[in-house]
Write a protein that binds this ligand. Structure first.
Ligand code: C5P
Length: 227
């Protein structure tokens, strides 16, 4: 069986990672959550480089980039890697609302993108990879064998994210989650460097009205056709 590269892009909270993890597991591929990488850099910036609560010094980020080390450590039980920021497991902390509120801004910095894209290309160089994010099919792997673009209504996505956060015990208001989803959509699709757009050869999957099972089935079929 030949190994392929699968790129999954889309707006926030469209269920990309759920489907990507599942796909990677079934195919025996590695899964790379590129959003986690942008989130981990953001966490670093929040801890060390914020000038005010929401403002950072771009020059300072550039100086610190060589000291930001990211690694995914594979967890047998989970079936995928958890992200480490300079040897610390930050998988939980990067999902906090505060990080979500700042990540899209940090993701506009070209040098940050350059560094992360290079690491992503390295992780996927032997194929057999499912990678999700915003620019995988357009920038990271423009030659990916299968490109999916996930969409769902803003309402559906905010509701899902809200439920997820509540289940994790975070004390958030639905209105704030909705606002964050909208803001990230806007910033991610209007930024100058690598904006979120659907690659010409991507297959769009609107999952507003699909059950997880229907969606998995459809995507598994597409993957099998591509292999
Ligand atoms: O996928 P997730 O929602 O965790 O991504 C968090 C943020 O990281 C996105 O809203 C976007 O600003 C940024 N990101 C990006 N490019 C990627 C993945 C994520 O700019 N490939």
């Amino acid at each position: 069986n030949k190994k392929i590269t699968i790129a999954i892009d889309g707006f926030s909270s469209t269920g990309k990672s759920t489907i990507a993890k599942q796909l990677a597991k079934e195919l025996g591929y590695i899964y790379v959550d590129t959003g986690a990488m942008y989130r981990a850099v953001t966490l670093y910036v929040m801890r060390h480089l914020f000038v005010t609560e929401t403002n950072f010094d771009e020059e300072a980020i550039l100086r610190h980039l060589p000291f930001i080390n990211l690694r995914f450590v594979f967890d047998e039980k989970l079936g995928y890697g958890e992200i480490y920021l300079n040897k610390e497991n930050v998988e939980k902390e990067i999902r906090l609302m505060e990080v979500s509120n700042n990540v899209s801004k940090v993701a506009t910095v070209s040098k940050v993108r350059e560094m992360l894209v290079q690491q992503q290309q390295e992780m996927g160089k032997d194929k057999g990879v499912v990678m999700d994010g915003r620019d995988i099919g357009t920038v990271v792997f423009p030659d990916a064998d299968l490109k999916l673009f996930m969409t769902a209504s803003t309402q559906t996505r905010a509701e899902r994210r809200y439920k997820e956060l509540c289940e994790r015990g975070e004390n958030v208001a639905y209105e704030d989650v909705l606002k964050n989803v909208k803001e990230r959509d806007y910033m991610d699709s209007t930024r100058e460097d690598s904006p979120l757009i659907m690659a010409k050869d991507a297959i769009e999957i609107d999952n507003s009205d699909l059950t997880l099972e229907e969606q998995s089935q459809k995507i598994m079929e597409l993957a099998k056709e591509a292999i």
